[in-house]
Design a protein around this ligand. Sequence first.
Ligand SMILES: O=C(O)[C@H](CS(=O)(=O)O)OP(=O)(O)O
Ligand SMILES: [Mg+2]
Length: 238
Amino acid sequence: METRFVGTAELVEAPSVAVVVDVMRAFTVAAWAFVQGAEKIVLAESLGDALALKARHPDWVALKDGPSAPGFDMVNSPGLLRSVALGGRTVVQKTTAGTVGALAVKEASLVLCAGFVVAEATARLLQTRESDSVTFVITGEDGQADEDLACAQYIARRATEARTDAARFLRRAAESRAAAELAEGVRQGVHPDDVALCLEVDRFPFAMVATLEGSLMVLRPRCGGPLGGLSSAPGGSG
Ligand SMILES: O=C(O)[C@H](CS(=O)(=O)O)OP(=O)(O)O
Ligand SMILES: [Mg+2]
């Protein structure tokens, strides 16, 4: 499997298979939203689009990164989200890095969104797919975010080698600028447990697949098995 690691801005054409990585915090949050019962996550192009979708669907849950803002129901924090019941709800998510990276590859034939919490399931799905080439989109810090790069490298390694020790990849993520900024209160909309929750490797048994549904890019969980026979909806909590 040939792998390349690129920042969102470096994408020139849609790759065939893309793994979009945002450890802190968009796709850790997305995974927790599914565990809390969300049916799907719509990735919004802009804050305005997120609010317009919420206006058309008042039962949807609008989520943004940074501080909370009028019209939004939640912020991009796994620590805050893990106590919110989302049974059957649709979440609309707009963040600075993660959702932008996923939307940048919406024409790819397979788009997986990932963080450490779904690393193993993501690697397994890549193995099942037997892709010749996989593009990892490093969403943070113009493609330089070490927590995202470490996670992407771990998933790539895990997809080709059965035994891969996550420890050194997790250490890099723990020492990243994002982790420091979350811990030091530089970033807003933060719970004290956020960094630890973002570093829980393989916490959840599902991968997350984004597909175009009409004009919307929609993220859904996918559990185990060969690609053709994957089931969705992890269900349950925590
Ligand atoms: O919520 C986050 O951690 C970041 C935004 S910021 O860097 O805190 O402003 O968004 P994400 O897209 O999840 O990296
Ligand atoms: Mg990030």
